[in-house]
Design a protein around this ligand. Structure first.
Ligand SMILES: Nc1ncnc2c1ncn2[C@@H]1O[C@H](COP(=O)(O)OP(=O)(O)OP(=O)(O)O)[C@@H](O)[C@H]1O
Ligand SMILES: [Mg+2]
Length: 397
């Protein structure tokens, strides 16, 4: 019972598809478009959502599905560190190459990549694509043609291409990217009858606005899918699946606690789950394990997801901490100054104004203009939940 080897929780990386939960409606919608794409119609989707809400996990789940069920060649490329179109295109083709490597029909397509396929044996690294700058520039310019030639070569084996471009946050700030994308779509529409390529761009919601600002007609091209928190049922489903996968049991009380503190946020359900997994010692997660797990997860969340400066202030300030606890548990993301004041004692009320000012300046709180004067909100979902988790700290007896 006690031989823990590997946690089923994956805080910080996309969830394996067996444990993926929720997003049914969006996924059904996307599959409909993918079906159209397999008939030859190029399609473009912008998947957006806040940090850690589950964009990459969803893209990875969809890629797996379209590869296994719809017979697509699917790739998921992370462009977080990429700032040029040349490097982007290089990565796209390298990923395609890797995906086909090991298939019997690798020979069919490898000739397209010329002499720039690099076989790397070291450290188990399989294969690379490293053409000179000039060729890359050509590939950027003639991207549709290059994809079309690839499609022709794999026609017998695959129905289409699924390309997810993840973390495009840096790239979309460049006008070259917006213009390049626009010409890609236009050229495909005017020059190709059959172009079964499904493109999925993934980024933060504000990046979509950025893109539409740089190239207004782009916005007509994208279907937008936005993802938000999971429901409590979905979180519960995830937690039970995860524990089941390692043959652990969980009491109802413990489950309720874990669901409550996860607050629908995928990152939190993984942090809490992981902490609980390692704390439990008898194969059955009970209330005590769950509570301890929440506290331990709070610490990780504080260290990993909060700005270090903010983390220190929240940790250190006794006075502010007692106010924070009174703002309410569970803390809601929005609150009104007057409502909180009624809960504070004389001393706390006196520093409350400074507290709000300080927290605003630190970037933890912002005024919530939509809800009138005296309304505030935390700048993201994690801060209030973090503070709430922290306030569970057992009092020293
Ligand atoms: N549908 C899901 N089911 C189970 N776990 C999920 C789901 N979605 C996300 N997760 C988990 O939540 C965490 C964040 O997910 P992910 O990395 O996919 O989010 P993201 O939106 O891509 O984040 P970022 O903005 O940092 O790129 C990861 O630990 C992941 O395993
Ligand atoms: Mg991501």
């Amino acid at each position: 019972m006690n031989n823990k080897e590997k946690s089923p929780f994956t805080p910080g990386s996309p969830v394996p598809y067996e444990l993926f939960v929720g997003r049914q409606k969006q996924i059904r919608e996307i599959f409909r478009y993918v079906d159209q794409t397999s008939m030859g119609k190029q399609d473009n989707l912008f998947l957006m959502g806040d940090r850690g809400i589950g964009k990459s996990s969803m893209a990875s789940f969809i890629r797996h599905f379209v590869a296994t069920q719809k017979n697509f060649l699917g790739i998921h490329v992370f462009l977080g560190k990429v700032s040029t179109l040349e490097e982007m295109v290089r990565l796209i083709f390298e990923q395609l190459l890797k995906e086909v490597h090991g298939q019997t029909w690798f020979g069919n397509i490898s000739e397209l990549f010329g002499k720039y396929i690099k076989q790397i044996g070291l450290f188990g690294i399989s294969i690379g694509f490293t053409p000179p700058k000039q060729d890359l520039e050509e590939l950027v310019k003639r991207f549709p043609e290059a994809l079309s030639n690839l499609l022709k070569k794999m026609k017998e084996q695959r129905k289409g291409l699924f390309i997810a471009l993840d973390d495009i946050n840096g790239l979309v700030e460049k006008v070259e990217f917006a213009n390049w994308y626009k010409s890609f779509v236009d050229e495909v529409a005017t020059h190709y009858n059959e172009f079964p390529v499904y493109m999925m761009l993934i980024g933060l919601p504000e990046k979509r606005e950025m893109l539409s600002h740089l190239q207004p007609s782009l916005m007509r091209i994208f279907r937008i899918v936005e993802i938000d928190k999971l429901s409590n049922e979905e979180v519960g489903q995830f937690i039970s699946q995860a524990f089941e996968s390692v043959k652990m049991k969980i009491s109802q009380e413990a489950m309720d606690l874990m669901v409550k503190f996860s607050s629908g946020l995928p990152v939190l359900m993984h942090e809490i789950g992981d902490a609980v997994f390692w704390i439990d010692s008898d194969g059955t997660v009970d209330r005590e394990d769950a509570l301890q797990g929440v506290l331990s997860a709070a610490k990780h969340v504080g260290e990993k997801y909060l700005d270090p400066q903010i983390y220190r202030v929240i940790q250190r300030s006794q006075r502010y901490n007692s106010i924070l606890k009174k703002i309410g548990a569970p803390l809601s993301r929005n609150f009104v100054k007057k409502d909180i004041e009624t809960r504070l004692n004389e001393n706390e009320r006196r520093v409350f104004h400074n507290f709000l000012r300080r927290f605003k300046k630190l970037g933890i709180l912002e005024t919530d203009i939509e809800h009138g004067s005296g309304a505030y909100r935390f700048v993201n979902e994690i801060y209030p939940i973090y503070i709430w988790m922290q306030s569970q700290e057992p009092k020293p007896s």
